[in-house]
Ligand binder design. Structure first.
Ligand code: VG1
Ligand code: CO
Length: 557
């Protein structure tokens, strides 16, 4: 028996999960009872439809970042307090986000707790994060995250099991009072799942027949390292030099584990210098991906469109199940819409954040979806999946190369020839003052309400429509408001401005621009040059520099 202790506590402000869980500085989580409060609120908020916390089976994973060890112990104590019956935990608490989604589904668990702040830096002075996933394996919807927040505002008493310190570094099952704790290897199940989706033999054959085709995978010292090594080195038989930074580190080696051209510059440089054919990276918790090739960068918006285009021909999973609908987040370019139109399947535009795809997938109406923020995935699980996207690209390369030699750039150009090109870029202005960022967005909202923007022409772009994006979930009828200011021009170009919901310090302004071209002469144009006139319009309309004092963005993707 384990005693359940009752400890009095006080609510903390701001325990409101954002786009993807609660993310704060480690120092915030280290305050007495801060983490205990949030985890108890999270367990209490487990939907009754999933069975509630009592007798629940909860999968626990994460990217192994700094402070995970301490939080694992809190999860044990809080689980005892709420009568949870089983925890399935990755070795040392490490399981990638997509792998955890899979385990929740395979084991028919009640839900999952993920200890990650994803692509945010880790270490004592940086970020920690906690998020909850439901029984479908997907991020908790707003109804659940709202409930967590409500509970966190009134919490007065903690119920914590008086458990000894649990060792998560050994595989196997242990019993603590009424709670069973099973420590598992997070890699095996995931690799097995990938084998049911992709044709591993075809990929192997492609590598064997093209010995001079060289790839490099960058694990960014995040959770995907062991998964990447297992797939590329052990399964496909590639050389050790085909993977880099594949050891998960609690502080990601001091780097920013975000796969984009700025933060994955080591990979980008190596691919460029050595003239490699294919490069890929994943983020801290393994749900994001970046795909590059020889003199080629695949925007995530193009990537998901291209995967959708080839899916039924190149990937056994879609040969078998078909492609039943496509989806993208609102700021993501409309390239995938064009593929859906050509395939004659439905397509959806949802707010930013993977949680909005889950209902569509559960209803069988979305097979492949993506976000411009380097997130790509399918209904094989309910999270975006970095390595899945890399395997999808390798499958496409293997498929296309059966006909004639083609690299990443050839695949891009062939796609533009069919569909035209959606030039897309995102500008991030990090750690700006929260109040002025709000003021800037509110000014635009006000102009939209007063219909002041319609028919205005700037730099030759005439505004056709402007709104603050609102989403009506077609499955459960829930409405999500104020999801981003959207300005659409007569030629189909778009500007979107929204504030990030994953930052931990100040506000991050995200500015997205998209311009379509079906003039073949433009398909090889450089993105920033092609978008410059539209970016100028965005800066003028938003008065971004006046509000934030920033002349340049922190990151351009
Ligand atoms: C960002 C991205 C969003 C993504 C989210 C979580 O959110 O824009 O597309 O779903 O991060 O990704 P925001 O609110 O900061 O724009 V991850 O890899 O952190 O789970
Ligand atoms: Co992530």
């Amino acid at each position: 028996m384990v005693n359940i202790l009752t400890v009095s506590t006080q609510p903390f402000e701001g325990q409101k999960p954002g786009t993807s869980g609660l993310r704060k500085r480690v120092k915030v989580f280290q305050q007495e009872n801060y983490t205990e409060n949030f985890i108890q609120a999270m367990l209490e908020a487990i939907p009754q439809a999933d069975g509630g916390p009592k007798n629940a089976t909860i999968v626990v994973g994460g990217d192994g970042r700094y402070y995970s060890d301490e939080v694992l112990q809190v999860i044990v104590k809080a689980s005892l307090g709420q009568g949870v019956s089983k925890l399935i935990v990755g070795l040392n608490g490490i399981v990638s986000t997509p792998a955890a989604s899979n385990i929740i589904r395979q084991r028919k668990a009640t839900g999952g707790i993920l200890l990650t702040a994803s692509h945010n830096p880790g270490g004592p002075d940086y970020d920690f994060g906690i998020k909850y996933n439901c029984s479908n394996g997907g991020p908790a919807p707003e109804s659940v995250t709202d409930k967590i927040y409500e509970i966190s505002k009134t919490i007065k008493e903690l119920k914590l099991g008086d458990a000894p310190k649990i060792d998560f570094s050994k595989l196997g099952t242990q019993q603590v009072g009424d709670l069973t704790i099973e420590v598992i290897d997070g890699v095996n199940d995931y690799v097995d799942l990938m084998k049911t989706i992709f044709d591993f033999d075809a990929i192997k054959e492609f590598f064997n027949n093209n010995k001079d085709f060289k790839m490099l995978f960058d694990g960014m010292n995040g959770v995907t390292g062991p998964y990447g090594r297992r797939l590329f080195v052990e399964e496909f038989g590639l050389d050790d030099s085909s993977v880099m930074r594949c050891v998960p580190l609690p502080d990601f080696g001091g780097a920013h584990p975000d796969p984009n051209l700025t933060y994955a510059h080591d990979l980008v440089e190596t691919v460029d210098k050595k003239g490699l054919d294919f490069g890929a990276a994943s983020d801290g918790d393994g749900d994001r991906n970046m795909i590059i090739g020889k003199k080629a960068f695949v925007t995530p918006s193009d990537s998901v469109a291209i995967i959708a285009h080839y899916a039924k021909d190149a990937i056994p999973y879609f040969k078998k199940h078909g492609v039943n609908g496509l989806a993208r987040s609102m700021p993501t370019s409309q390239a995938i819409d064009l593929v859906a139109q050509k395939m004659n399947v439905e397509y959806f535009e949802v707010p930013t954040g993977w949680k909005f795809f889950g209902n569509l997938m559960d209803a069988g109406r979305c097979s492949i979806c993506g976000e411009e923020s380097f997130g790509t995935g399918s209904d094989h699980i309910r999270e975006k999946d970095g390595l899945w996207a890399v395997l999808a690209w390798l499958s496409i390369l293997a498929h296309v190369n059966k006909e004639k030699p083609a690299g990443v750039q050839d695949i891009l150009q062939a796609h533009y020839q069919i569909y035209g090109r959606n030039f897309f870029s995102r500008y991030d202005y990090e750690e700006v003052d929260g109040k002025t960022a709000e003021d800037m967005v509110n000014r635009l909202r006000h102009q939209i309400e007063k219909k002041e923007l319609i028919d205005k022409t700037i730099n030759g772009f005439t505004i056709a429509k402007a709104d603050d994006f609102e989403y009506l979930d077609p499955i459960d009828g829930s409405v999500s408001k104020k999801q981003g200011v959207r300005i659409i021009f007569k030629d189909g170009s778009r500007i979107i401005i929204r504030l990030s919901g994953t930052g931990s310090q100040g506000a991050t302004v995200r500015l997205y621009v998209e311009k379509y071209s079906n003039d073949a002469k433009e398909y090889t144009h450089e993105t920033q040059t092609a978008l410059k006139p539209l970016i100028d319009v965005a800066l003028e309309l938003s008065e971004l520099e006046k509000y934030t004092g920033r002349k340049e963005p922190t990151v351009i993707t």
